[in-house]
Ligand binder design. Sequence first.
Ligand SMILES: [Zn+2]
Length: 566
Amino acid sequence: MYFSKMFLPTMREVPAEAEIISHKLMLRAGLIRKQASGIYSYLPLGLRVLKKIENILKEEMERIGAQELLMPTLIPAESFFESGRWEAFGPEIFKLKDRSDRDFCLGPVYEEIFAETIKNSVRSYRNLPLILYQIQTKYRDDVRPRFGVLRSREFIMKDAYSFDRNQEGLDISYKQMDKAYRRIFDRLGLDYKVVEANFCTMEGSEAHKFMVISEIGEDEIVYCDACGYAASMENARCPKPEESEKAEEMAVEKIYTPDIHTISELSGFLGCEPSKMAKTLIFKADNELVAAMVRGDRELNEAKLKNVLGCRKLEIADAESVRIATNAEVGFAGPIGLKIKIIADHEVAQGKNLIVGANETDYHLINVNIGRDFDAEIHDIRKIAEDDVCPCCDKTIAFARGIEAGYICKLGAKYSEPLKCNYIDESGSERPMLMGGYGIDINRLMAAIIEKNNDEKGIIWPMEIAPYHVIIVPVNVLDETVMKIARNMYEKLIEANVEVILDDRNERAGVKFNDADLIGIPIRINIGRKAAERLVELKPRNGSEAVTMPVDEALEKILSQVKENN
Ligand SMILES: [Zn+2]
């Protein structure tokens, strides 16, 4: 491709809303353009990268025997009736009507569509297992789209679904997909962790998220290098608490604690460690009030509490509800005498002679003990903390931020049962197929790759997904010797299936070098003063020094480097 013919609108100044590197660079390097909030066009250079990432995905899907198909974007409401999701869809789903007033939506999820498609075509156990996938644009009306394509309202996903006869088969499909995903993330050169997740809470279900480690990630993750345990903060299990204290249980006393509302105030007032106290937090779980207790020095993990309660909505109770539940102002809630369900963390259950709220304004109780003074359901409901050890192996844990770029999930019969996606087994009886659902957000992968591979000049594409492998920069396009070598190298590289740009613009060398660096082409060939001696300069984008060499040697080097990475 001749640079002068390319549609490559680079930008000098990016809008202030571009806060993160990948968003800035995608705009500056002319990969994407914004059409509306959270909606982007991919320009030619960006699309080339996108297609290369898709190709890696396709190769790895084919390798495990998954077949590609393409479902519609516009989906009739009826498809979601049997699973009950149409009613549950909130404002995040783009709903619309056709001219006959029939309801549709822009595809946000595809479990039902896949199940519906195969249920009448695949009947026998002999046709299972089956893995199908598509690469399709999905829609979600995010309330706060940001970070460019990292959190957008329209995004391209690879979503795959496996259909198996039984749990054993599903386990195998799941493992295959897990391996394929690891190969994809490895090939893209990303640092990632596969974390435990529990977003599908079906029996026999299992789920993992593929998190790319990045400071700009919206999720916090916890991991252990010793045993490989990794989880999102929401799901991270806490290590088993130490044995309960042996201390003798003392008599409960009520203490006057005027205007003391927080743990740190209380700790200062009573002169004791927050770990000797227990916080009692009042929540509204759907429409029921519940109390949750964690040690004074710990934070409650709302996601874990929500799981324990099995509720749809969990929010901290308002002041009025707290007054109703505790007969006291906010800040004095405690477990004794509460008429609502109490969930206590393991550490609260292990602690002895704890300090808690008295359910009476301006008073706390000391020497409170679970079992003797109050009863509670005991669960792991606190957030794991920096001073904790790994829940699996007791070694040190580390924290990082991650971008969720993929998930794998055992759906079991969650969709196949209501949709009657059944098969006939060996004995002739009808049984639901067990499904797995697996997604990868391709836009996010691209942004994550740029977040990892850049410097102050621009993007540094890995060879395998670079929009072009090589850019030839004749320093002076008016010099016929220079241009002859440039054109000759260009032709030879094209013949060898190398993707190459020839920067034929009559611009200063500095401008051309800057553009080449900005768009991140892995190898740059500078042709300048030494052209008469048939010497050119090979400059890798990854920071290595430029090396002067004969034309033929440069061609050989390019071919071997491109081949090595493709
Ligand atoms: Zn560990």
